[in-house]
Design a protein around this ligand. Sequence first.
Ligand code: KG4
Ligand code: ZN
Length: 353
Amino acid sequence: MLVLGIESSCDETGVALYDTERGLLAHHLHTQMAMHAEYGGVVPELASRDHIRRVVPLTEGVLQEAGVGYDDIDAVAFTQGPGLGGALLAGSGYANALAFALNKPVIPVHHLEGHLLSPLLADEKPEFPFVALLVSGGHTQFMAVRGIGDYTLLGESVDDAAGEAFDKTAKLLGLPYPGGAKLSELAKSGTPNAFAFPRPMLHSHDLQMSFSGLKTAVLTAVEKVRAETGSNKISGQTRNDICYAFQDAVVDVLVAKSKKALLDTGFRTLVVAGGVGANWKLRDEFSRLSVQMPSEKGKPKAEAVKVFFPPMAYCTDNGAMIAFAGAMRLQDRKQAAGFNVKPRWPLSDIVKA
Ligand code: KG4
Ligand code: ZN
């Protein structure tokens, strides 16, 4: 079965072809980042218009690369939500029109399910059950994943998503939108312990998180530096040091909460998905992850944890994860197809396969 996947929830148009026998055949992406950078954030109307402009040429590109034609497509999957209403409608309209013209089924996909299943696109795949840490620009959530469509929310950020905190802090430091990746690059040259920022809700005894206060802590540090230097500009080593401390605080919280999620569920596999999953420090820390189990003699015993990341190209928004999630759901016709989009749509509301 050959599934065409269309992603258009925010500022990336992604189109891909996934074959249930041969795997991913092709995936093409157009990012609108440069267009929105001028405005310091995503402009929804511009995003919608650009998706409409890009989606047809991107589809032609993947068909050509895979050496197949429109008639070979067995189903069209698209991101139904969550995301920007207009941007979602652009993808939904195209997917529905194409599926109607080809007389093939259309499969609505939850954007976060796409992210959550994206590590299954790697050569080394995680096995169910696992804990998924979804860490993107819009969401920071822990899910217990027992199978396709079987997702239980364990905890989430009560305010800003981790990626949002990265982007807002980057903006505060004068970095161009979206600054998350750039901030983490600068952090590579930062000095450890030059600045110290709080680890919000680290000891909350649950899997809730909070990242909005961290941004305020950075602002306070920035204002102090400004007062000391008499300059409004934060640059050079000081900026790198702030980046380092900020990233350290976010990663610390994500690592500690991940350990708790693993202990709470008893699962020993962690899957990290979403844009912040591209972060080098997070990947580095998770590569050494283990959990401390209390043993019978009262001595804690370290247990190894397997951690899976999607391949780098599928960390941020892309069509491959939508084509893949669509293929997984192809047999599941319980899900109502349709033109409607769901800009707000909790993953735990998803229909079980
Ligand atoms: O999953 P994604 O592409 O879009 C959403 O569904 O939100 O994630 C985008 C987010 C942005 O906030 C971006 O700044 C962040 O992921 N991000 C990073 C890195 N690369 C992307 N954050 C930290 N370190 C990175 N290397
Ligand atoms: Zn995303």
